[in-house]
Write a protein that binds this ligand. Structure first.
Ligand SMILES: Cc1cc2nc3c(=O)[nH]c(=O)nc-3n(C[C@H](O)[C@H](O)[C@H](O)COP(=O)(O)OP(=O)(O)OC[C@H]3O[C@@H](n4cnc5c(N)ncnc54)[C@H](O)[C@@H]3O)c2cc1C
Length: 304
């Protein structure tokens, strides 16, 4: 792809400061590592996003939609194509009674605070998840026995040929860290949620409790993508890794967190290869000792 030519076309739709060439992905991911994206664009709103998607479609440019980058690991070779960030500018929220209409770029933390301020319960579990709403729908994010799907009414998206889709929550293929959007490549544009009225004091108390639990058990001060592996059926990934004696194991700058073995953290200067080498050692050791294959929850993308 001719980067200059594509950039010129992008500038027909959006401002110059919203289009970057060879943008390092460590700046946009919570792991703080990985190579550069050939083009990185932050559309200012849903209209601009639609134009950008039209461009990548007609020019057959490889693209990847990024929310807050808190569940993605870019390999060190970067991304040959366009990374489209859905964040500020696509973060409007409207609350009508118990129904919340939200754009995908709003952060989960902000959305759960807004709901709490209205005396609406159901998003307390999400107050410490550092993702966007779009990323949370894609991942069916969850914590403390709650998942996003529990409070979702419907999702609107745009498919690979530019058609708008509206799906009820039950048609979104939700499962444990799974949604239909992982298979169909659609871009999530809008989300409708339904929450329950409750006392603001109780909602606040639950949010405080979840935050305390998170801060006391998870390495929230080090770059990571949260729990690196999915929970294998009948087990907990962190416990298997700890029982395999891998807590604290370090390869390059990547480490199995000494605080919570389910987290692989960037302990300073980790490359994506360090993280992936550590991931493989963890997978092989846990497989050898317990016969369980750990599957990454984190989305691994880009060029080696
Ligand atoms: C410290 C820490 C704690 C965490 N705790 C939890 C937790 O308790 N529970 C949990 O479930 N997760 C947790 N996570 C992981 C992560 O925050 C969630 O998976 C979150 O939902 C990802 O959202 P995001 O916007 O960062 O998505 P990104 O990482 O940007 O993207 C994730 C995937 O979603 C896709 N995507 C993003 N936006 C869109 C869109 N608009 N349309 C289509 N596809 C899209 C991307 O292409 C990518 O494949 C944690 C992460 C960290 C760093």
């Amino acid at each position: 792809m001719n980067i200059q030519e594509i950039k010129e076309q992008l500038l027909l739709y959006t401002d110059e400061d919203r289009v970057m060439e060879y943008e390092p992905m460590d700046l946009h991911t919570s792991f703080r590592c990985g190579g550069a994206a050939d083009l990185f664009v932050t559309p200012a709103g849903v209209g601009e996003l639609m134009n950008v998607l039209d461009l990548v479609r007609t020019r057959k440019i490889p693209y990847l939609v990024l929310g807050n980058g808190s569940n993605v690991l870019f390999r060190d070779g970067g991304y040959h194509g366009m990374v489209i960030r859905v964040g500020e500018g696509m973060d409007r929220v409207r609350i009508e009674g118990q129904t919340v209409f939200a754009e995908p770029g709003v952060s989960l933390a902000k959305l759960s605070r807004m709901a709490a301020a209205e005396g609406l319960s159901g998003l307390e579990f999400a107050c410490g998840i550092p993702g966007s709403l779009g990323g949370a729908v894609y991942m069916n994010a969850g914590a403390y026995d709650h998942e996003l799907k529990d409070v979702l009414l419907s999702v609107s998206s745009i498919n690979r040929i530019g058609m708008m889709k509206d799906r009820k929550a039950e048609d979104c293929g939700f499962g444990y860290r799974r949604s239909i959007y992982m298979e169909n490549g659609e871009v999530i544009l809008g989300v409708k949620l339904f929450l329950k009225p409750d006392s603001k004091m109780d909602i606040d108390a639950r949010m405080k409790d979840y935050t305390l639990r998170r801060n006391s058990k998870q390495p929230v001060n080090l770059p990571s993508a949260g729990s690196f592996f999915k929970r294998p059926e009948g087990h907990f990934a962190g416990k298997l890794i700890e029982d395999a004696g891998l807590k604290g194991l370090q390869i390059g700058g990547a480490q199995v967190s000494p605080m919570h073995a389910g987290f692989l953290v960037n302990n300073g200067g980790a490359t994506a290869s360090d993280v992936l080498d550590l991931m493989r050692v963890v997978q092989e050791t846990v497989m050898d000792k317990f016969g369980v294959m750990l599957e990454p929850e984190v989305r691994i993308v880009g060029e080696p």
